[in-house]
Every structure is written in C-alpha cells, then in structure tokens.
Design a protein around this ligand. Structure first.
Ligand code: GUN
Ligand code: ZN
Length: 440
C-alpha cells in the first residue's frame, strides 16, 4: 500500500470542445492518491493517510493517469526522423528495409524491450502497437509487455502484396500465425490481440476477408490499421479496390469496422465515412506529428466532433517524430490552428487518457484516477528549464480568483512546453516502471 501526494488531474467525462470549461475535468490540487496492494487505485483524499501507507510526498508535481498511445510502430525506432519523403516513398526507402531485420527473434526481442521501456520513459503506460509481419516480433512484444505488467494491444502485421517479398506473408500461413498468437496471448494478463491489417494497399481482398472472419471468430479482438493518410495512398487504394465507395469502405466491406477498431490518421474522409465511423464505434488515432512530418495533411477534428466519432491521440513513430504524447498534443494544437480551430488542453489530454481508454472498451481499467482503476500513473514536473519555469510561475500567479481560465492557462502552457524530460516517475499496476535519474 502506498500513497502519492501531488496535484491530481484526470477526467470524469468528455470535456467541451472549443472554449475550455471545467466540464468533465477532475482537478484535485495537493491530494494523496492511495494505491492498494492489488495495484489498483483505492481512493484520493486531502488528509495524510498515516504511517500505515508508504508515503511519497511529491507536492508541487502533477500526477495523471498514464498516457495511452493508440498507434505506434515498435520496429520504427530505427527510422524515426528519416529525411525527405512522403508516405509511400518513406515506406519503401526506410521503413520496409528496417522491418525486415525483425525476422531475427533475438533482434526483435531486444527491440521490443527497448521500445516498451522508451514508451514508459515518455509517459505512455499503455499502447496499441504494430510490430512487423514476423510472428516472432508480435510474440516478443507480448512477452515484453507481460514482463512489465503493461496493457498492450498488438498483433502480427498482415501484408501479402505490394511489399518486399521478405515482408510478405500468405493468407493461410498468416491465419495460422494469428490463431496461434491469439491462443497464447489474447486475454493473457493485460495483453489483447489486434487483427493488424497494415493498410488496404498491402493486403489482397482474400487476406482482408480472412482478417474480418478472424475478428468475428474470437470474442474481444481488436483491429488496427491505417486509413486515408495521404492523397497518393488514397488514389492507390481507389485503383486497387474500384468497387469500394471509399478507402474506409474497403475495411467496412470486409467486416473490419467495429467498436474495437483503431484506424490511424483518417485525414481524407468524407461525411459518409465519418458517419460510418460513428455508427461502427471505431476510433481514429490522430497522429499529428506524423501527419506534419510526412506532409500527409491536417486532420479535421471539428468534423469528427460534429459527426460524433471517437478520436484518440497517437505518436505514430516512426512517421511521428516523438514517443511523447505531450509533444504530440502540442503538434495537435498547431494542426487545429492551421485549420482555424482551437484545441483546448482538456479535450487534448482527455483524448490521451480517458477518451482513448473508453474507445478501447477499457474505461474501467485505465485512463483515469478513479477508485478501482489500475494504478498506471505518471508523475510530471510542471516545468523544466528557465523558460518553462518562468511561464509556469506567471500562470500560477494568475490562478487565484480566476480558477477556470487560470487552470486551463497553466495546464495548456504545461502541455505545450513539457516533454519527456518533465517525467519524474511512472508506475504500472502500482509497480515502479520508470524513475528519472536527474532533477528537472
Ligand atoms: N501506412 C502503412 N504503413 C504505415 C506506416 O508504417 N506508417 C504510417 N504512418 N503509415 C503507414
Ligand atoms: Zn502508423
């Protein structure tokens, strides 16, 4: 049993879009968060819980639920920040060559461990992850997540065309690998299996049909893929699937759109697509740093709100340039600014925590600091370095007397200026998972 004293921030419901209000925001300054021996949150209070609890006094720091990165590629730490290309050339020139190395079980096991430790060191305690086409790479990720007690959703990548031969599977072999991985890992500890169609370009219609059937055969499977990221890609999909109404429709036709489906990007969608997302309960994993870096386009978050479909937030490393969801949210704000909209800090942080958890059907387990949730926690410094410290002091000075706007101003400045250097510590299921070695 232990207790952490800090400023507690989480969400009880979706905040309002646009002008920030405190709707759905749970702000408990200078509280103790209590964690039981079962690794779950037992409660929160202002009073010192007493010597029966191992007490960690972090007053003046910010404690939040661990972030949930809903779309990221484990093998792509090798190609993060690669120069000069849009999506299709980037895949061909950098990503596919790097992913081929993961045929080696020892290499992929070491990479999985390094990747999950990096996620934790950036404040993400749960993730929806692409490994590679190799069964061993999915196996390695599940094993590494189990060793760390992390909530992980992943699955062997399916691709049987338009990729180098060394990265192509075939329908029957892929199905066998998926079945085996599902038996071994789906629902084991905190692991869950996702049918992982890389994107419509790299799967034949027969493989898509197999993937859809797999999802219907096993209860609770997730589905992860990419959709409508880049205009050349959209045109290519239209030429490969001339009967489909849209890129998204390719997945719908193959039974791949459902409430546990996570589709990265969703930039080039129309109103019919968005209604389909809403009706299916699928979520878009918005990946702003990737979209800017690869020049893919500006996601229309307002249209998603209007249509009523779910949006979570994702690093999409290695198209994205950081595993930090704080840096990613700062990019998300700028993407909306370019569209003439404003993303408030509450909507942004909710998308990285409770919103993502609920979209994954995991609202009882992760994404908030309510009693009964797993103690997947991240402890942040409000400011690192002289500029952020100065800005935070100004924001704090303005706080008394104007709590609603003042609190948003402070948290927004933190969200915009902070990154992984602000992370002091992380816990997974109540166990220490990361601790920064030096001061802020
Ligand atoms: N579309 C298909 N594969 C990928 C990938 O690895 N990254 C991104 N950003 N888009 C993709
Ligand atoms: Zn991706």
């Amino acid at each position: 049993m232990f207790a952490i004293r800090a400023d507690l921030l989480d969400f009880t419901a979706a905040p309002s879009w646009g002008t920030p209000t405190l709707q759905g925001v749970r702000w408990r300054p200078d509280h103790w968060l209590l964690v039981g021996d079962d690794g779950r949150i037992a409660g929160a209070q202002t009073a010192d819980p007493g010597p029966d609890w191992q007490r960690h006094d972090h007053r003046g720091r910010l404690l939040m639920p661990g972030f949930i990165d809903t779309h990221v590629h484990a093998p792509q730490l090798d190609v993060i920040a690669s120069y000069g290309t849009g999506l299709l050339d980037w895949l061909a020139n950098y990503t596919f060559p790097a992913e081929q190395r993961h045929a080696d079980p020892a290499l992929t096991a070491a990479a999985a461990a390094e990747f999950l430790d990096a996620l934790l060191a950036h404040g993400s305690t749960a993730a929806v992850v692409f490994p590679t086409v190799h069964k061993a790479s999915a196996e390695a990720l599940f094993a590494a997540a189990a060793a760390r007690g992390m909530r992980l959703i992943a699955g062997k990548v399916l691709m049987d065309r338009h990729a180098p031969p060394a990265l192509c599977d075939d329908v029957e072999g892929a199905e066998r690998d998926c079945e085996d991985l599902i038996q071994r890992w789906h629902g084991q500890g905190r692991n869950a299996y996702a049918v992982t169609v890389r994107f419509a370009v790299t799967s034949t219609p027969r493989q898509l049909a197999m993937a859809g059937a797999l999802g219907q055969r096993h209860a609770g499977l997730y589905m992860q893929t990419h959709v409508a990221e880049n205009r050349d890609e959209v045109a290519l999909v239209a030429s490969l699937f001339p009967d489909a109404r849209s890129y998204l429709d390719v997945y719908a036709r193959h039974g791949l759109l459902h409430e546990r489906a996570v589709l990265a990007h969703g930039i080039w969608l129309d109103a019919t697509d968005r209604a389909l997302l809403r009706d299916s309960g699928a979520q878009i994993a918005h990946s702003p740093s990737s979209n800017l870096f690869l020049g893919s386009g500006l996601f229309d978050w307002q249209a998603a709100i209007d249509a009523g479909h779910r949006v979570s937030i994702a690093s999409d490393v290695g198209g994205g340039t950081s595993l930090s969801l704080l840096r990613t949210l700062a990019e998300a704000y700028k993407v909306q600014a370019l569209r003439g909209a404003r993303l408030n800090a509450w909507t942004a942080l909710h998308a990285a925590t409770r919103g993502a958890a609920e979209g994954l059907g995991l609202g009882g387990e992760i994404g908030h600091l309510g009693a009964g949730a797993m103690a997947d926690l991240v402890l942040w410094d409000w400011a690192c370095g002289p500029v952020a410290r100065h800005r935070d002091a100004v924001a704090r000075g303005a706080l008394p007397g104007c709590t609603e706007q003042g609190l948003h101003a402070r948290v927004f400045a933190w969200m915009t200026l902070a990154d992984e250097r602000n992370l002091a510590a992380a816990w997974v299921a109540g166990r220490p998972a990361y601790r920064r070695e030096t001061g802020p």
